[in-house]
Design a protein around this ligand. Structure first.
Ligand code: CO
Length: 210
């Protein structure tokens, strides 16, 4: 409990500091949530969305899972996406991967990890789509980091393949979807790509009765 008491104490100090700076801080936040950004990131404890972006509570709606995946059968992700796009009306979605991602490294390896295999299989599919490029990279860390980037790219496109996004693009011209990668060793976010309409995805994924 010692460690948890430290967390509770630091929470009290944080809350007191907020109120000292702005007596209405919590009252205002409690009454309104108006984030303009949905963050889809990795669960890795070192890639905390608000901390690394210097954003405040209320600014970013967050979904995190192992290796920042967008899986079409994931009811959790789909519910977050539906709420973010159609209730919060977010302007931007950021899919943020990170170099040295353990989930991506595990997917590139061959160890049986039990139930986690089923989640990592989605990244193995990304590997297979880009096998030619990846197998030409001899250094293992470099290959994993390239797979991190390609995985971000595929997850951005997976968002674009949903009817939720395609419908919002057609009727509201939002959100813009961004693919970023975070460097654990530098603390820097690197933008890789962004997509704003369905031309980014193959025709086979497009709906015509949105
Ligand atoms: Co990770």
């Amino acid at each position: 409990m010692g460690d948890l008491n430290r967390i509770l104490d630091s929470n009290k100090a944080w809350a007191a500091e907020r109120v000292r700076e702005d007596p209405e801080y919590f009252k205002r936040l409690a009454n309104l949530q108006q984030p303009e950004i949905l963050w889809v990131g990795c669960s890795d404890s070192r890639v905390a969305a608000n901390v690394i972006t210097g954003t405040q509570p209320g600014e970013v709606f967050v979904h995190r899972n192992i290796a920042n995946m967008v899986v079409h059968t994931d009811l959790n992700l789909l519910s977050v996406l539906e709420y973010a796009v159609n209730v919060l009306h977010v302007k931007h979605i950021i899919v943020c991967g990170h170099y040295g991602c353990g989930g991506v490294r595990a997917a590139a390896g061959h160890q049986n990890l039990g139930i986690i295999n089923n989640w990592l299989r989605n990244i193995e599919d990304v590997f297979r789509f880009h096998e030619h490029e990846l197998m030409a990279i001899t250094d293992e860390d470099t290959r994993v980091d390239r797979l991190v980037e390609l995985n971000v790219q595929e997850q951005v496109l997976n968002l674009a393949k949903t009817s939720i996004i395609q419908k919002s693009w057609q009727y509201h011209q939002r959100p813009t979807i961004h693919g970023w990668v975070y460097g654990l060793e530098t603390g820097i976010l690197k933008p890789l790509m962004r997509v704003e309409d369905a031309s980014a995805i193959d025709k086979v994924y497009r709906y015509d009765n949105l």
